[in-house]
Design a protein around this ligand. Sequence first.
Ligand SMILES: Nc1ncnc2c1ncn2[C@@H]1O[C@H](COP(=O)(O)OP(=O)(O)O)[C@@H](O)[C@H]1O
Ligand SMILES: [Mg+2]
Length: 275
Amino acid sequence: MNALTPISSSRRPRVLALANQKGGVGKTTTAINLGTALAAIGEKVLIIDLDPQGNASTGLGVDRKSRASSTYDVLCGDIGLGQALQETAVPGLCIAPSTLDLLGVELEIASAKDRAHRLKKAIDEIADDQRCCDLTYILIDCPPSLSLITINAMTAADAVLVPLQCEFFALEGLSQLLKTVEQVRNGLNPRLMIQGVVLTMYDPRNNLSGQVMADVREFLGEKVYETVIPRNVRVSEAPSYGKPALLYDLRCSGSQAYLRLASEVIKRERELRAA
Ligand SMILES: Nc1ncnc2c1ncn2[C@@H]1O[C@H](COP(=O)(O)OP(=O)(O)O)[C@@H](O)[C@H]1O
Ligand SMILES: [Mg+2]
């Protein structure tokens, strides 16, 4: 960063899109628990729930009745992102919740010229909003598709973080995801990078899990985080209590892994910024 960098851009939070068009690979679990872990180590974090299912919102204890303003309203341009924010039980972590309305947003904005830039615009505008001025990280929980919603996330993001489940078809579909990142970089967002790939639901008792891990590391090299998230029943139980795993059981292996992942993400962000 040099002396000519405007103050406002140096204060812009780092925006990471958690994307993988496969469902059930750990995007939402990673958004919730990485967000919590980042907040626990002093970052100020906003999770933007861009999945109509709203699992990140539910998992952070925001029930459907209290989602009067949501990311749907933000993408429609009716409200600013700051108006959609809700505090969570985790100090330093807030969320912009989603509702099922989001299912219809693509049709609503399809013919708008700025349809891919709606989220970026909303994030750019929070610099002027008191409620958001100290944010340091924004994590976007994407839906399981490469639709306009995910394109909005990638257009707004500094980098993509890809959760990849340790299962046989882990790499299937990855080339399509990487191609989409490349297309966004070539047009909508030239600064988009891949922050990293995190292996999720690793089961050390399952030989296949180990084999998948080795294959993914061979294929993707150092893009894969050292931290691997183990399959851990406490992690899967936590959302039904409306809590991140780190609040539900800080000592469980899953929570500890997400704390390590948070440190790695911060370290990589420093390296990417310095580059
Ligand atoms: N580390 C883990 N250990 C056990 N279960 C997990 C873990 N990560 C995710 N899950 C479970 O797997 C399912 C899919 O995870 P989720 O984060 O919702 O995926 P996605 O958002 O990609 O669809 C959920 O039921 C979740 O609780
Ligand atoms: Mg999800």
